[in-house]
Design a protein around this ligand. Structure first.
Ligand SMILES: N[C@@H](CCC(=O)N[C@@H](CS)C(=O)NCC(=O)O)C(=O)O
Length: 221
């Protein structure tokens, strides 16, 4: 898979907006810096949340490049070389281009030492895929909502009741799952989550965390 990703063009042509605007910062050497292609209204905010959580090193190393989606910058030829599907978020790290928010989260967890072994990677994958598939489908896909949401959220309700975060300490798993829960009030305000009080308490705990408040929660709620 990684070989396939690397088979894409390895040197992208940076658009003007991706070039360093403040050379005095001494970072963001255009194509050499890690870049998160995003947009403030997109799932890129999930990645920005996790980058903030990872701390100063990650914040300094990943340049957020917001594409003007109204102007279809995400469909421009140069960006289709980075992500042939023309979607954000997309992360570029040297000659590695990654699309899919879940894959980006897991890559960053790995890169910054939060998934040191197969078991921790498996746990991160479990929750990331759950968030991006089972959870999202059960809440946001109308035809599944009635049949799947009660069981999915009911089961999830049991997790925050016994522990503060999904796997003990706050981790990429909480970002991957919590982000979609936090989108509910803004995107589906009619959805009644009161049958799931522990999920609601978990959402409040997540939204109050500074990195979340500064990124995703400021847009999602
Ligand atoms: N499953 C993808 C979804 C990516 C996606 O659909 N991104 C939206 C913004 S949140 C996008 O780029 N839409 C523009 C388009 O599809 O043309 C992920 O999780 O990254």
């Amino acid at each position: 898979m990684r070989a396939a990703l690397r088979a894409q063009p390895t040197r992208q042509v940076c658009p003007a907006s991706a070039r360093p605007s403040a050379p005095s910062t001494g970072r963001n050497e255009c194509c050499d810096a890690m870049k998160l292609y995003s947009n403030p209204t997109s799932k890129g905010k999930i990645i920005e949340w996790y980058i903030q959580k990872l701390g100063e090193k990650a914040v300094a190393e990943v340049e957020v490049v917001n594409l003007n989606m109204k102007e279809k910058e995400h469909k421009a030829d140069w960006f289709l070389q980075v992500n042939p599907f023309g979607k954000v978020p997309t992360l570029s790290d040297g000659d590695l281009n990654l699309f899919e928010s879940g894959a980006i989260l897991m890559y960053l967890a790995d890169k910054y030492g939060h998934c040191p072994d197969a078991a921790s990677r498996g746990i991160a994958a479990k929750w990331t895929l759950f968030g991006n598939s089972t959870l999202v489908n059960s809440m946001f896909v109308e035809q599944f909502r009635e049949t799947q949401m009660p069981a999915t959220l009911g089961t999830l309700d049991a997790y925050p009741s016994t522990r503060e975060y999904l796997e003990g300490d706050f981790s990429v798993s909480d970002v991957a799952v919590g982000a979609y829960l936090l989108y509910v009030p803004a995107l589906l305000p009619q959805l009644d989550l009161s049958p799931y009080p522990n999920v609601l308490a978990y959402m409040a705990r997540l939204a109050a965390r500074p990195a979340c408040a500064a990124t995703l929660a400021s847009r999602a709620t």
